[in-house]
Structures are given as C-alpha cells and as structure tokens.
Design a protein around this ligand. Structure first.
Ligand code: ATP
Length: 294
C-alpha cells in the first residue's frame, strides 16, 4: 500500500508531427475539417505525477519558463477535467512537467502534455475508464488531445477526433527545427485562402523511407502558405532544412516547427549538428518516429 502511495508515474509527452495535413472543409461552428497523417517522435516533454498532501505543479526544462503555472496550463486543465469526472478517486497530486518542446510551434506540445497528464493520473488514481471516455475528456481540452492519447501513427479526420491507426510505417529518421518564433494556430486558420481541398490520397503499403516520401510528395500541409504569410521567417527554417540531405522537408501543424526526413539516423544527426552550428539559438533536434506499440 505504502509502495503505491510513494510511486511516481512518469510518462513521455511526445512531439506530434503532421507528415501531411489537408484542410478539407469547415463545420458550421467554425472548426476546420482536416485529414492528417500523424506520427509521434521519440522526443518530447515529460510528465511526472505522484500522490501528495496537497496539489502542486512545477515546471522545468528549456521552455518551462514560457508557460503559466496556473489553470491556463493544459496540464492543470487536464488534471481538473479528470478530477471533475472522477471526484471520488481524485486525491491531491504533485505534478511536474519537463518542457522540452517549444510552445505554440505546431508539434502539439500542449495537447501531448494534456494527454500524458490524463493517462498518468488515470493510472495513479486507479481509474478504469474506457479509452473512449478518456478521448471524450481529452477532446474537451483540445481537438488534438485524443490523437495524443493514442501516441502512435494514425490518420486523424474530422476536427482531429476521428482516428484511424496506421500500422507498418517504417522507422523514420527526423530532424525538427524551429527558429524561435511561435505561431498562433487560430490566426493561421483565419488566414487560410482555400478550405475545401481534397482529402489525403489512399494510403498504400509504405515499407521504406522512400515509400513514405514518395507518398508525401503527393500530399501537402495546407496551413503552410498562411503560416508563412503571417510569419515569413518560417521559410528560412525550410530553406536551411532543404540545404541538407533530406528526402522531404515540410512544416508540421500550423508551424513554425519544420521537419526533415532522412535515410538514416546518422544523416539526421549530422544535419542537426550542422544546423545547430549555423543557428545556435534555434531549437534543433534529431529524432525518429516512435515505434508502433511502444
Ligand atoms: P498544435 O500543433 O496542436 O496546434 P502547437 O504545438 O501549435 O499545437 P502548443 O505548444 O500545444 O501549440 O500550445 C498551444 C497553446 O496552448 C499556447 O498558446 C500555449 O500558451 C498554451 N498552453 C497551455 N499549456 C501548455 C503546455 N503545457 N504546453 C504548451 N502550450 C500550452
């Protein structure tokens, strides 16, 4: 019993990468309809939770100081949402967030933190909820939270809540780069010129990095033009990545983080080293896609 009271649950909150993002329409309530191929990276934030005499919340990491530590933080909104649904089990908790992902940068850090908080607190509090119930709680926190609760390769449709798993993607060596500018997702959607694009082409078998990049070449990120108009410096990040041995370069989400895909982890690491040398202030990380089921 003492053991379980003392234990800390530590969960990764991985970066979400939109390999392709098509904007296919708009709902009457203003939410945009998307069709997006999403993977998760082996790099991200980390959420730790443990029982405590009273609730507390602390942040560390390179981007921890950029976020409020009050109820505007998605971690605390996730804690409070779960507590509202399961008040009997929700005893006081100490939560720590190690914030390694840049804020408002298109790689879903906030949504991933919220998802990791829901999952870790559900485990700590012994909540045996159906995945659908946690997804519904997640959706109230943000459209991307249900996909982050999955944490594995998927296609997201609707406003992001209609999720189809994608099995069999190969290991993808990836470089993430961001020149330090945050981009407002609502502003990017508001600046879109075209909202009725075709959906993603049907997904063929994608066994190799080359297969994935050939498929992605037939797709797009429809948020890029609007994001680049609002924040032209995103193009500098894209250009820097294009000057490497990348097979494909694209912006994730509403930007401004861009990613590049390489043939090998070694190539991604070399490109990251060179990019960091030229741009020491940028966020630059060599990583790879999370393996299915890990
Ligand atoms: P997406 O790709 O899902 O649009 P994003 O990567 O562009 O997300 P986030 O980093 O998730 O953006 O942040 C979105 C907003 O949420 C920011 O305005 C930020 O201030 C707020 N926020 C609240 N809590 C967090 C958190 N724990 N981490 C990041 N952002 C948070």
């Amino acid at each position: 019993m003492l053991d379980s009271l003392d234990r800390t649950i530590s969960l990764a909150a991985p970066a979400k990468i939109n390999l392709a993002l098509h904007v296919t329409g708009r709902r009457s309530d203003g939410y945009h309809l998307l069709d997006s191929l999403v993977i998760f990276a082996a790099f991200g934030d980390k959420v730790n939770v443990k029982h405590a005499p009273a609730d507390s919340f602390a942040m560390s990491g390179p981007f921890g100081s950029e976020l409020p530590d009050d109820e505007n933080n998605l971690v605390l909104r996730a804690r409070d949402a779960l507590r509202r649904h399961f008040p009997e089990q929700a005893t006081p908790v100490a939560i720590h967030l190690e914030k390694r992902l840049p804020v408002a940068s298109g790689i879903g850090g906030g949504s991933s933190d919220a998802a990791a908080t829901v999952r870790s607190l559900a485990a700590l509090w012994g909540i045996e909820a159906e995945p659908e119930q946690l997804a519904a709680i997640g959706l109230m926190l943000g459209a991307d939270v249900p996909m982050c609760l999955q944490g594995r390769s998927l296609i997201a449709r609707g406003i992001g809540e209609d999720i189809e798993h994608v099995a069999g993607l190969p290991h993808l060596p990836i470089l993430l780069a961001n020149n330090g500018l945050s981009v407002s997702t609502p502003q990017v959607f508001a600046a879109l010129e075209k909202r009725d694009n075709p959906p993603l082409p049907a997904l063929p078998a994608l066994a190799t990095v080359l297969d994935v990049c050939a498929y992605l070449a037939e797709t797009d990120n429809h948020l890029f033009a609007a994001a680049a108009r609002l924040t032209p410096a995103i193009c500098e990040t894209m250009d820097e990545l294009r000057n490497t041995d990348a097979r494909l370069v694209r912006m994730s989400g509403s930007g401004g983080t861009c990613f590049a895909i390489y043939d090998s982890d070694g190539e991604a690491e070399t490109a990251a080293k060179n990019l960091r040398q030229r741009n020491p202030d940028w966020f630059v990380v060599a990583t790879h896609s999370v393996k299915e089921g890990s």
